[in-house]
Write a protein that binds this ligand. Structure first.
Ligand SMILES: [Zn+2]
Length: 212
């Protein structure tokens, strides 16, 4: 992280931050915020042993960790630092592979994702806010779904569930009969959503499953 802001700053700035893995926007914001300071910024490396005995550093680190976990990191407002911000990519000396990566990233950003996926991600965030009191970022949710603590089957199931890709409910809605009728739960008559199957429908014997 420190190298992004010191030794390699120029390189990443010229490449429009596309060379910073995963956290391009955050590093760009950090660079702009640091540049907005009147004084010169100096970085000190504090090794683990010294950190343990240095209370102020320990507390700062805890605050930073909490901030990264609990803040909604997707809302990085660069307008505050507009005069110190350096967006975009430098054409001068632009290498082909950097340009290609940048175009790919811009395209991915423009492609807003599936409507059902976005709705599910919003729902996950809203539920976590209600039950756990904090909201992970979209990246954190996707990373959590790929956790090595989950079996391959569980990962697959969750991935499909978030994308609304299971063949239930609305999947059948636009088909002709007799498939069309399969969109609805035969017992309850409501649209068969994953939420209905897992939480509401008596057919799936969840009284038994959730009590296990
Ligand atoms: Zn039902």
């Amino acid at each position: 992280m420190v190298q992004y802001l010191t030794k390699d700053l120029k390189k990443h700035e010229l490449a429009g931050w596309t060379t910073v893995k995963e956290a391009g926007l955050e590093v760009r914001a950090a660079a702009a915020a640091l540049r907005s300071r009147i004084g010169e910024t100096t970085f000190y490396h504090v090794d683990k042993k010294r950190r343990e005995s240095w209370q102020a550093v320990k507390e700062t680190q805890k605050l930073a960790t909490d901030g990264a976990m609990f803040a909604n990191a997707e809302i990085v407002d660069l307008r505050v630092y507009a005069p110190f911000d350096w967006p975009g990519i430098s054409i001068r000396g632009l290498k082909q592979n950097v340009a290609q990566a940048a175009i790919r990233e811009a395209k991915a950003r423009r492609c807003k994702g599936r409507k059902a996926t976005n709705a599910n991600i919003d729902q996950i965030k809203a539920d976590l806010r209600m039950f756990c009191g904090h909201v992970p970022t979209t990246t954190q949710i996707w990373r959590g779904l790929r956790s090595k603590d989950l079996s391959r089957q569980a990962k697959n199931f969750l991935w499909k569930a978030v994308h609304g890709a299971h063949k239930i409910g609305n999947y059948f809605r636009k088909m002709p009969s007799p498939w069309k009728e399969m969109a609805e739960c035969p017992t309850c008559g409501t649209t068969e959503t994953m939420e209905h199957v897992l939480l509401d429908c008596p057919d799936s014997r969840q009284d038994l499953i959730w009590s296990l």
